[in-house]
Write a new protein. Structure first.
Length: 175
């Protein structure tokens, strides 16, 4: 019995010591620090400066534990100056989170589509259509859409934007 209590306490200690999810304040600080770091740098140096800020801040929390609302917060706080850096940085995180079941996975899949990593127009259109399709096939997306009007409007606007590239078109039934 003591052996099991030892292992249980060791596991709880490890969990307690592991990095926590970031707070909204930490993410806003990250955006402020990153924007300051890249300000007045040449284009080629900005990516490295952004990555240095991210690496320094990553010691304080586990970015893999970011919530869907915090993804939106990052893009709002980062603005245009950090948009492409945030997209690149969050793309693998959102890809991983979008594979989760339930509402969390559906929301991650929505934000993955919304903030798709962009390159050239043709590649962007194909990638957006692929991510849109993945988002719509998530089993929990219906609950997300019915519970959030803003997301529902984004998804409906997205249908018009990617409809021609999906290889299907919506069918409206009338009675």
């Amino acid at each position: 019995m003591m052996k099991y209590l030892y292992y249980l306490s060791l596991a709880l200690f490890c969990i307690a010591c592991s990095p926590k999810a970031p707070t909204d304040e930490q993410l806003e600080d990250l955006c402020r620090n990153a924007a300051f770091a890249i300000n007045n740098l040449k284009e080629g140096d900005k990516g490295k400066a952004f990555q240095e800020v991210v690496t320094k801040n990553a010691q304080n929390y586990d970015i893999q534990k970011i919530s869907p609302s915090q993804v939106e917060l990052l893009f709002d706080a980062g603005g245009v100056s950090l948009d492409s850096y945030l997209r690149e940085w969050l793309a693998p995180i959102l890809e991983t989170q979008s594979k989760q079941s339930g509402e969390a996975g559906a929301l991650a899949s929505y934000y993955r589509w919304k903030y798709v990593l962009t390159t050239r127009f043709e590649e962007m259109a194909a990638k957006e259509a692929e991510l849109y399709k993945l988002m719509l096939t998530n089993a929990s997306i219906g609950g997300v859409l019915s519970g959030n009007e803003k997301i529902l409007v984004d998804v409906l606007k997205g249908a018009a934007r990617v409809g021609g590239t999906l290889g299907w078109s919506p069918v409206f039934w009338t009675t």
